[in-house]
Design a protein around this ligand. Structure first.
Ligand SMILES: [Zn+2]
Length: 336
């Protein structure tokens, strides 16, 4: 897209690492001459390190996966992944510190017109919806606004849930991450390597009885991007509707990207109220997208990382019952 091919006539010019790898394999099998050229999948270079977090700036051939062995070895290729402020974490509600400075999160003017189109993409690890930077995040105790970059999802499989963060050891069916970067920076590439340069809003997905209409805006198009590297443009909608109604109750801590290169620059906000999707919607998420080696993308979550002395703050005081604190839920029955 908009990047001139320096090697016309050849097909090994994709700037997307996993496509490059796939093409290399096909050349090795002697099939290159009959394969369609993948140059159509070139992306603007500034987006690469973020949309494909396994691609450190200036290194076009790095690769990572969620497979157990690979995950344990992320730090050997991406040193930040072995740092002391990694994400996700298990949130111990009993240890969270109430902070009155944590004001409600504000997401003004998110109702985008359907004539505006947003890019939806399968990056081989998840489904990513690009967001316009004029969607801002304010409040939340942040000294400056953040501007939107993208959102994506994490999920499990029919056998196990797949949220990244856990609460008192409980893992939810899935998790949405809306990624922002500080308005102090012109690009997310600059922001993501600076302390506090990124902010991510996270909410847990649970199985409920009813279909969640806002999520259908994305799920309706999953089949259009079921292969790794595919993208489509979908009508814009109010993406704030993908988050809980209650944006005032949340947990906050300093952590990292949960995928390589694991930069430790993220202000995490994890909402207390969860989001309900129908069983069919959760199943569609778990059983549609394909990634590396054409395998289903499932269990695309990283295991909880050690807190290493970090504090987890809560924007609300908690009432501790004799049975102990309840994990977040739709009703949020047991919080103050
Ligand atoms: Zn994520």
């Amino acid at each position: 897209m908009g990047v001139e091919d320096p090697f016309p006539g050849q097909c090994l010019t994709s700037n997307i690492p996993f496509l490059h790898q796939r093409l290399t394999r096909r050349v090795g099998a002697g099939k290159a001459a009959v394969e369609p050229c993948w140059r159509t999948f070139r992306l603007p270079d500034p987006w690469l390190p973020f949309l494909f977090p396994g691609l450190p700036p200036g290194h076009g051939n790095s690769h990572w996966s969620y497979a157990g062995k690979d995950k344990a070895e992320w730090a050997s290729d991406f040193p930040h992944c072995g740092g002391h402020m990694q994400s996700p974490i298990n949130i111990e509600t009993g240890a969270a510190l109430f902070s009155p400075q944590l004001e409600p999160i504000l997401l003004p003017d998110y109702s985008l017109p359907p004539r505006e189109k947003l890019r939806l993409q399968n990056n081989g690890h998840t489904v990513v919806l690009d967001l316009p930077r004029n969607l801002t995040l304010t409040g939340g105790g942040f000294p400056q606004p953040y501007q939107a970059a993208q959102l994506h999802l994490h999920w499990g499989s029919a056998l196990k849930p797949g949220s990244e963060h856990t609460v008192d050891g409980h893992r939810y069916a899935g998790e949405i991450h809306v990624v922002y970067y500080s308005s102090h920076f012109d690009t997310i590439q600059e922001a993501q390597v600076e302390p506090g340069g990124l902010a991510v809003l996270a909410a847990f997905l649970q199985v409920g009885s009813e279909e969640n209409e806002p999520y259908q805006h994305i799920l309706d198009h999953l089949n259009d991007v079921h292969e790794e590297g595919e993208e489509t443009w979908i009508p814009a909608f109010d993406v704030a509707m993908l988050l809980p109604d209650d944006l005032s109750r949340y947990f906050r801590y300093n952590g990292s990207l949960t995928t390589p290169p694991c930069y430790q620059t993220v202000n995490w906000t994890i909402f207390n109220q969860t989001i309900q999707l129908s069983p069919d919607q959760i199943s569609l998420l778990e059983d549609t997208l394909h990634g590396d080696e054409d395998e289903l993308i499932q269990d695309n979550f990283r295991l909880p990382q050690s807190l290493q002395g970090r504090s987890v703050l809560a924007s609300f005081p908690m009432l501790h019952s004799p049975e102990g604190a309840q994990p977040p839920g739709k009703g949020a029955c047991c919080w103050a």
